[in-house]
Design a protein around this ligand. Structure first.
Ligand code: NAP
Length: 247
């Protein structure tokens, strides 16, 4: 399917590795120019930018801690002046600090909420007026099945991912009349650095009806569709991509 993304500019947070990098590549393969944000892994970020540029699009990596409001706002201003427009925002940056509630410090809770939820808010705020004014845009938040069903050891993470779903639906309602959609993807177990420790875990695989972990590329393909003009009538939706784990 040709998703007609050439001339569109996409910001992907956490684009250096894993799911974010696969989303960058999938959007670039459909012709979108890519501004990818990362926290500290400049080498991986430049690798992903080069992989995107190989599709003949413009791709640039920006170091930006999304939990820092001023950094996020300044990075969006820098991207706007370098690329001239912003059509797509994918809030993908995420961290975990897994512990049972008994052992979870308030700082573990705050760190995860700050990056996963407040960071997404900072990015949303920065692109909101641009997209509302141009009367078009795509916002995609990477949530998790943990945000739908909860997960022992992830009170902080599940709260951040459930929060993203509320944010998605509220922004979708605010922006629908402006031609801007806002959706969420809720992945199950996807093979990345974040889930390395589960890769060979029989119990984990047994809980997944298709009996394997998903690939970042599979999430990338779904993300690219939701960011395309063809997905104009889908908004406020949360789409699970979990091999049937939560059905
Ligand atoms: P990952 O491999 O650990 O990659 C995390 C990405 O986020 C990296 O690009 C990292 O940048 C970036 N990042 C971390 N902290 C950041 C910050 N403060 N500011 C900006 N960027 C930051 O994670 P992943 O597995 O690809 O997960 C991507 C998203 O999908 C996350 O939101 C995660 O919660 C969600 N998700 C993943 C799974 C899964 O099974 N993997 C399942 C459900 C949901 P650096 O490279 O610079 O560190």
């Amino acid at each position: 399917m040709n998703l007609h993304l050439s001339g569109h500019v996409a910001i992907v947070t956490g684009g250096s590795r894993g799911i974010g990098a696969a989303i960058c590549r999938a959007l670039a393969a459909e012709g979108a120019d890519i501004a990818l944000l990362y926290a500290s892994n400049a080498e991986k970020a430049e690798e992903t930018a080069a992989a995107c540029a190989a599709y003949g699009v413009c791709a640039k990596a920006y170091a930006c801690h999304v939990e820092n409001e001023e950094e996020a706002a300044q990075t969006v201003r820098d991207i706007l002046s370098a690329f001239g427009r912003i059509d797509i925002l994918v809030n993908n940056a995420g961290i975990t600090r897994d512990k049972l509630v008994n052992g979870m410090r308030a700082s573990d809770f705050d760190d995860v909420i700050d990056v996963n939820l407040r960071g997404a808010f900072h990015m949303l705020r920065a692109v909101y007026p641009l997209m509302a004014k141009q009367r078009s845009g795509r916002i995609l938040n990477i949530s998790s099945v943990a945000g739908l069903s909860g997960n022992a050891g992830q009170v902080n993470y599940a709260a951040s991912k459930a929060g993203l779903i509320g944010m998605t639906k509220s922004a979708a309602k605010e922006l629908a009349a402006r031609g801007v959609t806002c959706n969420a993807i809720a992945p199950g177990f996807i093979s990345t650095d974040m889930t390395e420790k589960f890769a060979q875990d029989e119990k984990t695989l047994h809980a997944i009806p298709v009996r394997r972990m998903g690939s970042a590329e599979e999430v990338g393909a779904l993300a690219a569709f939701l960011c395309s003009p063809q997905a104009a009538y889908i908004t406020g939706e949360v789409i699970r991509i979990d091999g049937g784990m939560m059905m």
